[in-house]
Design a protein around this ligand. Structure first.
Ligand SMILES: [Zn+2]
Length: 165
């Protein structure tokens, strides 16, 4: 994991500065979510027993405690309800502006309001009511041991971005 501006850490993996989840099947019970992300799919879990759709994805239904869950897709477009924009003093690892928005995913979505980071958007540009779309991006790989060899495990994460007009 490269850390820009800290030469001491070049080519090193500073685990204490890794803010991203470890996504592999060996480490994460919702690894399927990240596998789906790698295919560009925006998914979450739905209870096979009571039909409750959770966000974030779960391994257990928070409504009826059933363990049989299935993956369901969420809408990849929505409208900005409200947002915050940090321009100065953003945390290490993030670039300015750091924007977070509540997004209306529409009437058909089981999750109506969704909180997400907004990327690919200059400061001062976003407005309430703007249309945004789901986007998947690469994040730094992390090392893992496979048969006594250290290999880098590729990772992705998601955000929303403004729809070009
Ligand atoms: Zn349930």
């Amino acid at each position: 994991m490269a850390v820009s501006g800290i030469p001491l850490l070049d080519d090193k993996y500073p685990v204490t500065m890794d803010m991203w989840p470890v996504e592999d099947e060996q480490f994460n019970r919702i690894y399927q979510f990240y596998d789906n992300l790698k295919e560009g799919k925006f998914t979450t879990t739905k209870c096979k027993s009571c039909g409750y759709v959770s966000w974030p994805p779960r391994v257990l239904c928070p409504e009826c405690y059933a363990e049989e869950l299935e993956w369901t897709e969420l809408p990849k477009r929505g409208k900005v309800l409200t947002f915050s924009e940090e321009v100065r003093g953003v945390p290490l690892g993030f670039e300015s502006p750091l924007i977070h928005a509540w997004i209306d995913l529409g009437q058909k979505s089981p999750i109506k309001k969704f909180l997400s980071r907004i990327i690919n958007c200059p400061a001062g540009k976003l407005k309430e009511g703007d249309e945004v779309q789901f986007v998947v991006f690469d994040i730094p790989a992390h090392p893992k041991e496979v048969k006594r060899e250290t290999v880098m495990s590729e990772r992705v994460f998601f955000a929303f971005e403004p729809v070009e007009k």
